[in-house]
Design a protein around this ligand. Structure first.
Ligand SMILES: Cc1cc2nc3c(=O)[nH]c(=O)nc-3n(C[C@H](O)[C@H](O)[C@H](O)COP(=O)(O)O)c2cc1C
Length: 322
């Protein structure tokens, strides 16, 4: 990338400088070290990296199978396997190079108190921001159970807000009816930003054993299969968030520069890349170059100018969806 490209791609997100609009997504990059062993990969190609979901105590995760490839996507039910917040803060964070990119902690819990406590521990650490995952479909308590209930969502945001002064990003679930209404409650409770969307619940069945393939029976669907849903959810949340100047990390199935540009146009200020990294760890370089070329071609000076530039069609003629 040229220095001119770099200047166009850089932006501010909740007071943090992102060198590129790309965010490597939680659960797809371990604790920020996973891909640094891949030749040609650089954390510097991402504006930020979300670390694996972290709970108060270590969690062994779910039984196998934990992942399964589906048409245009994958199901996963990892079950928030992680070494617990003390290990992450004490052993992992000191080894990360914070000059390379911004590192964002990803917080999960089974109770409201656990969310607050994990957030408090990360507040007292060098992470740049804290993302709260109220939308994980793969754990029995907490996770999506909180994220699908606007009252509970707001409660989790409220206690986490009280536990940190770092930027607080709420990761919203697509498995709910009124995502924009939920976003409004989360803003009132103190959320600084949103991540939209987490995975959608799904299932795959082995027809010989007649059992679900995923050990947890159900899992979260990610990858290109969910992109159209994710785009609509970003558009819907943006209608609420823009009034408050709240930025969105759009995500769900991004696998090319064109995908990322769609999310920016829909209202995202930054774009997450997750599942695509599993088959193309160097994908961020291509996406960055493609976004820069698009901005130049269309006369935009910065990524921020593209955010929310969607021109809706006049749907009044019919108004229905079929
Ligand atoms: C294997 C795997 C593990 C994940 N673990 C987490 C997690 O710990 N916390 C979280 O907030 N999201 C987690 N996610 C969701 C991703 O961060 C992302 O929101 C979702 O996969 C949609 O983006 P994608 O289609 O680009 O993968 C995980 C996704 C995958 C595929």
């Amino acid at each position: 990338m040229t220095s001119e490209d770099r200047a166009m791609l850089a932006s501010e997100f909740c007071g943090m400088r992102f060198e590129t609009p790309l965010v490597l997504l939680s659960g797809c990059v371990g604790f920020g070290e996973e891909y640094t062993r891949v030749s040609g990969f650089s954390n510097r190609d991402a504006g930020a990296i979300c670390l694996k979901g972290t709970t108060l105590e270590p969690r062994p995760g779910n039984p196998a199978h934990r992942v399964y490839e589906t048409p245009a996507g994958m199901l996963n039910a990892i079950g928030l396997q992680n070494p617990g917040v003390d290990h992450v803060v004490g052993e992992i964070l000191p080894k990360l190079d914070f000059s390379e990119t911004r590192f964002i902690a990803n917080v999960s819990g089974s109770t409201v108190e656990e969310y607050a406590e994990v957030t408090r521990r990360f507040d007292d650490s060098p992470v740049d921001a804290i993302e709260i995952n109220i939308s994980c479909p793969n754990v029995k308590e907490g996770g999506v159970a909180f994220g699908n209930d606007p009252e509970m969502s707001a409660r989790v945001v409220e206690v986490c807000r009280a536990a940190t002064r770092k930027p607080l990003i709420t990761k919203l679930s697509p498995n709910q009816t009124d995502i924009a209404g939920n976003a409004r409650r989360c803003i009132e409770a103190g959320s600084d930003a949103f991540a939209v969307i987490n995975t959608l619940m799904g299932m795959a069945i082995d027809i010989d054993s007649r059992s679900p393939i995923i050990g947890n029976n159900q899992g979260g669907l990610s990858g290109p299969a969910i992109k159209p849903i994710a785009l609509l959810k970003v558009h819907q949340v943006y209608q609420v968030a823009r009034e408050h100047g709240i930025p969105i990390i759009g995500q769900g199935g991004v696998a090319s520069a064109e995908d990322a540009i769609e999310f920016l146009i829909a209202g995202a200020s930054a774009v997450g890349v997750g599942t695509a990294l599993f088959y193309d760890p160097l994908i961020c370089q291509r996406i960055n170059a493609g976004i820069a070329a698009y901005l130049r071609r269309h006369g935009f000076g910065t990524v921020a100018q593209l955010t929310g530039s969607l021109r809706l069609n006049d749907a009044r003629v019919c108004g229905c969806n079929t």
